[in-house]
Every structure is written in structure tokens, then in C-alpha cells.
Ligand binder design. Structure first.
Ligand code: G4P
Length: 215
């Protein structure tokens, strides 16, 4: 997504070889117009997946998830990391370890907001090691519902989260894929899904025939 890449280049700060600061438009101050476009792009990429709910994790996932849900015309639920005064009964929970922050969060969603018939789109701001998305997917599974896809605003493709989730068979769509932050420089990779490996089968006339490729 060109607009997002420009925003990262113009307003992002590389803090280290692993961490990109985007508090000017996503993690602290939020650019509403950018979020509208992010929501439209997620809706376009998941328009054929019969999404019934969007699920995210507080706090920075809420803005992009909200705009995607608005575009798709479905409710948005955010999993809580902190104990809530009112969220006490019938909770679906998962334990999420953050390698970046070196801490574990117990995340929870009220059972009443997820039905077994739901087709859920998980949205998050960053994909690093994939633990938050996996925790959210396990909550969807506990509800007996289906994870229809995972939408990520910024994927750091030099970390293993994207590979982990795609190897588990999830449809993962990232709006910006960062290949490297080395030397204080942001280098983008191909956005969107990593192409699936090409499958070849024997053909009687030619030695090999391509039968499946890409997205
Ligand atoms: P994972 O879910 O993919 O395994 O990611 P990880 O545990 O490594 O990251 C946990 C937290 O760190 C998340 O925020 C995530 O958004 C954030 N994070 C990871 N890499 C970066 C980065 O390069 N830049 C920034 N700005 N954040 C990063 P969180 O704890 O959920 O915080 P928040 O949603 O309350 O803001």
C-alpha cells in the first residue's frame, strides 16, 4: 500500500535493526485519514471471505480494525490485556508471550460476542513473531468459530511471524512488508501474501507442467 509506505518513510523512525517507531500515525498519535484508507484496503483484500466479525487486540490494533469493520459492515471486538471491572464472566482467554517486550499477557474476550457461526478477520498493527495473532486465533477456535484471515498493517518479514502463520494455513495479508531495518534504513519487500511455492506435476507431453502458483 503506497500511502502507508510513504508514511513509514516520511514519519517513521528506525530505533534499532528490529524496531520501527510509528507513533506519529499509528501507535500513539493516529492519522484518521490513513486509517480510513487502511480499512478500505483490508476490506478489499478480504471482500470474498464472508467476514462476520473483526477481532483485534488492544490498544494499537483498535484503530485499523475499527476502520476495516466499518468498511466490511460488521462489528469489531478487541481482546483485553488488562482485567476489566465488567468483563468477568464466560471469558475466552489465551496466553500471549511477547518476544519484543519479554512479557506474557493473558488476553480475554467475552464468549457472548463470538458465535460458532462466525467467520473472523483478525487485525493487528504489527506482525513480528506472530504470537498475538496466534493467541487471537486460539480464542476464535475456543469459540468454535473460524479464522477467515489475518490482516496486518506492518509486517516485519525479517522476523518469523509471517512464516509461522502462513505455514499454519492462515491467509495473511500485510499492507506494508518491511524486509530490513538495518543501518537505520527501511527496506520494503513485496507486500501482501508470500507467494505459495509453485507445484509441478508430471505431464505426458512435456516433462513438467505448472499447476499452481502465487495467490
Ligand atoms: P507478535 O505478536 O508478532 O509476536 O509481536 P511481539 O510480541 O514481538 O510484539 C509485541 C508488541 O510489540 C506489540 O504491541 C507490537 O505491536 C509491538 N511491536 C513489535 N514490533 C514492533 C516495532 O517494530 N515497532 C513498534 N512500534 N511496535 C512493535 P503491544 O504490546 O500489543 O502494544 P500496543 O498494541 O498496546 O501498542
Amino acid at each position: 500500500m503506497e500511502l502507508l509506505q510513504q508514511k513509514i518513510l516520511n514519519e517513521g523512525t528506525v530505533l534499532s535493526d528490529h524496531v520501527l517507531k510509528v507513533d506519529a500515525f499509528l501507535n500513539h498519535q493516529i492519522d484518521p485519514q490513513l486509517m480510513v484508507e487502511v480499512g478500505k484496503e483490508f476490506a478489499r483484500r478480504f471482500q470474498n471471505d464472508r467476514i462476520t466479525k473483526v477481532l483485534t487486540l488492544e490498544s494499537s490494533g483498535i484503530a485499523p480494525a475499527m476502520m476495516a469493520a466499518l468498511e466490511l459492515g460488521v462489528p469489531v471486538i478487541f481482546a483485553r490485556k488488562r482485567k476489566s471491572l465488567t468483563l468477568v464472566n464466560d471469558l475466552l482467554t489465551a496466553s500471549v508471550y511477547s518476544f519484543t517486550k519479554k512479557e506474557t499477557n493473558e488476553i480475554s474476550v467475552s464468549q457472548k460476542f463470538l458465535e460458532p457461526t462466525d467467520n473472523v478477520l483478525i487485525i493487528d498493527d504489527f506482525l513480528a513473531n506472530g504470537q498475538a495473532a496466534l493467541g487471537l486465533a486460539s480464542i476464535v477456535e475456543l469459540a468454535g468459530a473460524k479464522t477467515a484471515g489475518i490482516g496486518i498493517v506492518i509486517e516485519k518479514s525479517f522476523q518469523n511471524g509471517g512464516k509461522l502463520l502462513r505455514n499454519k494455513g492462515f491467509k495473511v495479508e500485510s499492507l506494508a512488508r518491511i524486509q530490513s531495518l538495518e543501518g537505520g534504513k527501511v527496506t520494503f519487500g513485496t507486500e501482501g501474501q508470500v507467494p505459495r511455492p509453485t507445484i509441478y506435476s508430471q505431464n505426458q507431453e512435456t516433462s513438467v507442467q505448472e499447476v499452481g502458483v502465487g495467490r
